[in-house]
Ligand binder design. Structure first.
Ligand code: ATP
Length: 740
């Protein structure tokens, strides 16, 4: 079992890997930005120039919502050029450099002003909360603004930034964990306190073994359609005292299972409430909103409603009515006590508006001198009052909620500070960095993880960076003397420092405590049996069964196809030829359809024009046989091929989805076409070697998977690829890959 020293080494390694990752992200965004001229940044969609402040309002947490638009004086078109700003992005308002861009008369005037250089230097960071064709709204924390916050420059630009908050939270959490587990000699007062359970932390760090699972044979399930592996996983999750992992291969109803677990925790069998509280987190906003939507849908059915609150920046929440109404912001503004803050908010907004020179009664003039100073004092007092009143409301809403939903990162925000939960659930846990999982874990008594370690791991930019073992990085650890948390019998380590951030907590727990820590869902509700066959045999130990509702379904069974009007241009046998096969393989071996490097510098991306032609032909045939473009996805592991495919397909089929394999994880389409791209005399396969990426690619299709590639190149990549090519040859409908 792990010793304090093992834990310290483990945490230090995490911190060093996180630093590499942060540096890499800054290198790819922040530093690049600082080296580029603003005009170039705008051309790349990373900046918006010639902006002015159209208004300042007050949002949740006393945040200032700064409204920016293109300045009339500087642009004839009020609409923005194409850009990449989206709600949730971190961005910075910067002054336009007066020397290069401001008219000479105005420059002279600005120089007279005592604080003009301050204003020019001023940078205000915030989160994009809303974007329209001609306006962008930035939500800025009060602590980012001092008393000069209305002194935003007359003319400014908005620049995209790397998001450092997520790294700050992970670092802070790992340091807290280290202090908790490794600095036991410090006196009790200075020892950090967390709300979570020491027993849970011990099990997760390999200090102790998981306690005996309680046998729960008499669970009465709310959902009577659960299959036996789902029921078993639910019993296991409910009966495990500390931690349970649920392994959900593609389409096996992971979310379905989690919803039942939540209901079992909240309700007793007779429908009365247990009084327990659950924190549900996901690696992405999408996974959190998916669970939220399903929980809210239960409320419209014949069930007692579960009180849900979605925490996180509203700009990042799925923009549909039902989920938006569950956000903390919305619940605060619609609560009975909202009146309490409404007046203060109005007063605050009015004063900010006057200070920013946006008040009509002042004819756009900014107040100066003592009048300005007095207004600032009032703003400061009003903000204080606003925050005080709002804090009380936020706390009472959070305390009343039975289920709080947040991403692992946003679980570290102010709203959940000092909150404690009976159970923490993390969905998509195999896509979350371990450090980010610890943010919610330290708030819970028990942990349930759901994911599939055989699909893609979290995206890590710094995988190739070597881990430096500098002496100062070595753990400085004192052995525990009076530790309550750490077993004195700790001898052998089960905790190895990770070599990469790609190693997730889910996988690590399996290594530390063995396969008994997890239960696998075994019935899949997505794919035709043949599509499921290869991943099932090679990755899931042949344990997956296809539910009868999908096992034999083909594209021919879709209602759009049986509607004759849709395909009267093709004779029936032609339709069967296109739609009747669950797996189709266009093998281009021997066709000499060679790949191309993306650019002369070759950034590693590749494209293949002939494969793109084959893809287009197949899409044309599917559509003319009655398949809607929005039921089809075209995937490729290479961005350069995605770009090529988009340019040939999107004009004709705007609803068809073209993307990389990575972007399709967690989703499905009726028909999926994969363009493998690699075809070369050197027999190089690059990206395709990753089994997990291939697994995701192979398991997105419900009724038809069409693979287009050169078997002679691909099969040389790995034993796994060789097996797949052989399997395709034996099981797919193999077609001639030539384009003529
Ligand atoms: N017991 C069940 N009976 C009938 N249908 C089910 C059952 N469990 C899951 N499904 C269906 O299977 C599909 C996949 O379920 P769900 O979205 O919960 O799976 P998932 O494992 O979260 O998906 P993904 O593979 O995308 O992560 C859904 O359409 C769901 O309604």
């Amino acid at each position: 079992m792990s010793s304090p020293k093992d834990i310290a080494v483990f945490i230090d390694r995490h911190l060093s890997l996180l630093k590499n990752e942060r540096d890499m992200e800054v290198e790819q965004t922040g530093l690049v930005l600082s080296r580029c001229a603003p005009k170039l940044l705008e051309q790349r969609g990373l900046a918006l120039l010639n902006l002015s402040v159209a208004g300042i309002n007050v949002g949740l947490g006393g945040k200032s919502i700064i409204e920016l638009e293109r300045s009339n004086a500087l642009s004839s078109n009020p609409n923005f050029p194409p850009h990449s700003f989206r709600p949730g992005d971190v961005a910075q308002i910067e002054a336009h450099s007066a020397s290069s861009t401001t008219a000479p008369r105005k420059q002279a005037k600005q120089k007279q002003s005592a604080n003009s250089s301050d204003v020019e230097q001023r940078k205000v960071e915030g989160v994009v909360s809303k974007v329209t064709d001609s306006k962008v709204f930035l939500s800025v924390d009060p602590q980012h603004l001092d008393s000069k916050d209305a002194e935003l420059p007359d003319r400014c630009r908005l620049v995209k930034l790397a998001n450092s908050v997520t790294y700050d939270r992970m670092d802070k959490t790992m340091l807290l964990l280290k202090a908790l587990m490794c600095e036991q000699d410090s006196d009790a007062k200075s020892r950090p306190s967390v709300k979570g359970s020491p027993q849970l932390v011990n099990v997760l760090l390999g200090v102790s073994k998981p306690s005996r699972v309680q046998a729960l044979n008499g669970v009465k399930f709310f959902d009577d359609k659960l299959n036996s592996s789902q029921q078993e996983a639910i019993r296991y999750a409910l009966g495990s005292p500390e931690v349970a992992c649920i392994h959900g291969p593609p389409g096996t109803g992971k979310t379905h299972t989690l919803i039942e677990i939540i209901r079992q925790i909240i309700f007793k069998p007779d429908g009365t409430r247990t009084g327990k509280r659950v924190l549900v987190c996901g690696a992405s906003n999408l996974s959190v909103d998916n669970i939220l939507e399903r929980l809210l849908a239960l409320q419209t059915a014949d069930h007692a409603p579960i009180k849900c609150t979605r925490v996180g920046h509203p700009a990042r929440v799925k923009a549909i009515d039902i989920t938006l109404r569950a956000t903390l912001d919305s619940q605060v503004s619609n609560s009975d006590q909202a009146e309490l803050i409404r007046d203060v908010k109005l007063d605050l907004s009015n004063r900010l508006s006057i200070l920013a020179g946006n008040d009509k009664s002042q004819k756009g003039k900014r107040p100066r001198g003592p009048e300005r100073k007095k207004l600032w004092e009032e703003v400061r007092d009003l903000r204080k009052e606003y925050r005080k009143r709002e804090k009380g409301m936020v706390q009472s809403i959070i305390k009343e909620a039975e289920v709080i939903l947040a991403t692992t990162h946003s679980a570290g925000g102010h709203a959940l500070q000092d909150m404690k939960f009976d159970v923490v659930i993390i969905d998509e846990a195999t896509q979350a960095l371990e450090a980010s999982c610890w943010i919610p874990i330290l708030k819970g008594d028990k942990l349930i993880l759901a994911g599939d370690p055989l699909q893609l791991p979290p995206t890590v930019l710094s995988v190739d960076k070597k881990i430096k073992k500098s002496p100062e990085k070595k753990a400085e650890t004192k052995p525990a003397s009076k530790s309550k948390l750490i077993s004195s019998r700790s001898k052998k380590t089960g905790l190895r420092p990770p070599n990469s951030l790609e190693v997730t907590l889910f996988e690590r727990l399996e290594k530390t405590h063995g396969a008994s820590i997890k239960r696998m869902l075994q019935v899949q509700y997505r794919m035709h049996d043949t599509i499921c066959d290869f991943p099932n045999k090679t990755l899931y130990g042949s344990k997956l069964q296809s539910h009868e509702s999908v096992a034999k379904h083909t594209l021919e069974d879709l209602p759009t196809v049986s509607d004759e009007e849709n395909h009267n241009s093709q004779p029936d046998s032609g339709i069967h030829d296109v739609l009747g096969f669950p797996v189709v393989f266009f093998d281009t071996a021997g066709c000499e359809y060679f790949e191309k490097a993306a650019s002369p510098e070759d950034d590693g991306s590749k494209s293949n024009e002939n494969e793109a032609v084959l893809v287009k032909n197949w899409v044309d045939q599917l559509v003319s046989a009655g398949i809607h473009a929005n039921q089809i996805a075209v995937l490729s592991p290479y961005q350069a091929q995605v770009t090529l495919l988009s340019s040939s397909l999107s004009p004709e089929y705007p609803e068809l989805e073209v993307g990389t394999v990575d972007g399709m994880q967690g989703r499905e389409k009726e028909a999926v076409i994969i363009s493998l791209v690699r075809s070369n005399e050197k027999r190089e396969v690059g990206f395709l070697k990753d089994k997990r990426r291939l697994n995701v690619a192979m398991t997105r299709a419900r009724r038809q998977l069409c693979v287009i590639g050169d078997s002679s190149t691909v099969q040389t990549g790995s034993d796994y690829l060789k097996k797949w090519m052989k399997w395709l040859e034996d099981n797919a409908d193999v077609r001639y890959g030539g384009t003529e």
